[in-house]
Write a protein that binds this ligand. Structure first.
Ligand code: HSE
Length: 423
């Protein structure tokens, strides 16, 4: 069997797991790849950090990029700018690239596809760690129109929500735990504000629809404002609250969005708890398919990295994102304001006569119809919480209504919305 030499740029949690799994599962991996995988070098920022690994380390990225014996470069540094430069250099030097870097791909996946030509790029680890969702969309479901995709794409936020809902734990304690367990991003705000899930949804949208969109083009909202009232309302009306990445196809338009959503408690995806990820993909021919597993952590992510290495060695080369837009098939991103949903609205108001009428009037003027209404008195303060759910309406209508509600004197805090995902 031939040797395939690998260089790893960024030897942190995932890099160490890649090295460990290549060693401990050596025989099965060689049998599947038809080659011996040798990690020739690793590049790190700080050589004095204790890593308990036996490969030669350097602090100079060029030691990998310029090494003619290295066939495959694994980029695991995260971040956008430097990682993109590394990826370009690796491809320029005719080395196959494996990356787990969803942020970089969210901005540069089409640039890389263009530069790569026939040099393979693997990115299975960039979305949902150990779950083979990239290969499912690119290969397994390739005969289908993807009608809808709904995913819990970020483990940290799912962990936080699960702790808040099941254990009444507060937000900060849950986040700290997720960080200690190694799930969170170096910048955990990306986990909480929906940014990380947004990056992943954009990658999936390219595979499913050939859509070249950037984070600013889609709705991305996080979990930072969810409170106990929202959780209680959801529970009472039979919903779970999850941070969802949603893609839907309506004719030639594709809607993409990431936000907290109330979904029926009995749906399988509602039962995806803790740090786990789960994705439902509905194909027009296959129907609904479900994917569940660990979306973060060293070994699951390394499992995906190694699967890409094996695929590259096997020589199954194809267009990186597996989708050519043509005159016969070309999907467009639906403008944000045209997206339709039902909405839950939380309002904190002065508890006095006429307030409800003012609110109802603003909703009516924006053609928004209420389906459910709950009011809780906060006696000591002479205020009230109004929790309501709407029938189907548009982002534009809800945005206009919220802007008007904000201006009412009797509204004490900015209104908060959670979309209800009923279909
Ligand atoms: N921070 C990410 C998560 C790690 O929590 O899902 C995997 O991308």
């Amino acid at each position: 069997m031939r040797n395939i030499n690998i260089g790893i740029i960024g030897v942190g949690t995932v890099g160490r797991s890649v090295i460990k799994i290549l060693e401990e599962n050596k025989e099965i991996i060689s049998a599947r790849a038809g080659a011996h995988l040798v990690v020739k070098k690793g590049v790190v920022k700080n050589l004095s950090k204790i890593r308990n690994i036996s490969i030669p380390l350097s602090t100079n990225i060029q030691d990998i990029l310029d090494d003619e014996e290295i066939d495959i470069v694994i980029e695991l540094i995260g971040g956008v700018k430097e990682a993109y430069e590394i990826a370009k250099s690796a491809l320029k030097n005719k080395k196959a690239l494996v990356t787990a870097n969803k942020a970089m791909l969210a901005y540069h996946r089409y640039d890389l596809q263009k530069i790569a030509h026939d040099i393979p790029i693997g990115f299975e680890a960039s979305v949902c760690g150990g779950i083979p969702i990239i290969k499912a969309l690119k290969d397994g479901l390739s005969a289908n129109h993807i009608l809808a995709l709904r995913g819990i794409l970020n483990g940290t936020s799912n962990y936080i929500l699960t702790q808040m809902i099941q254990n009444n734990q507060d937000f900060q304690t849950s986040l700290k735990q997720a960080q200690e367990l190694g799930y969170a991003e170096a910048d955990p705000s990306l986990d909480i504000n929906g940014g990380d899930a947004g990056h992943k949804l954009l990658i999936l949208a390219s595979l499913a629809y050939g859509i070249d969109a950037k984070p600013k083009d889609i709705i991305i909202e996080g979990i930072q404002s969810i409170n106990a009232d929202d959780i209680e309302f959801a529970d009472e009306f039979g919903y779970a609250i999850k941070l969802l990445g949603i893609a839907k196809k309506q004719k030639d338009e594709i809607e993409l969005r990431v936000h907290p959503a109330m979904i029926d408690k009995n749906k399988m995806i509602s039962k995806v708890e803790g740090v786990m990820n789960g994705i439902s993909v509905i194909g027009d021919r296959v129907g609904e398919t479900l994917y569940y597993g660990a979306g973060a952590g060293g070994d699951p992510t390394a499992s995906a990295v190694i699967s890409d290495i094996i695929e590259i060695i096997r020589g199954k080369s194809s267009l990186m994102l597996g989708f050519e837009q043509t005159s016969q098939i070309s999907f467009k991103l639906k403008p944000k304001e045209k997206i339709q949903s039902r909405y839950y609205i939380r309002l904190s108001v002065d508890d006095k006569s006429g307030v409800l009428a003012q609110i109802a009037s603003i909703l009516t003027q924006n053609n928004i119809s209420i389906s459910t209404f709950l009011q809780k008195e906060v006696k000591q303060k002479n205020t009230a919480k109004m929790l309501l759910a709407t029938h189907m309406t548009t982002e534009l209508a809800i945005k206009n209504a919220i802007d008007e509600l904000k201006n009412l004197e009797s509204i004490l805090q900015d209104p908060y919305i959670i979309r209800i995902e009923d279909e």
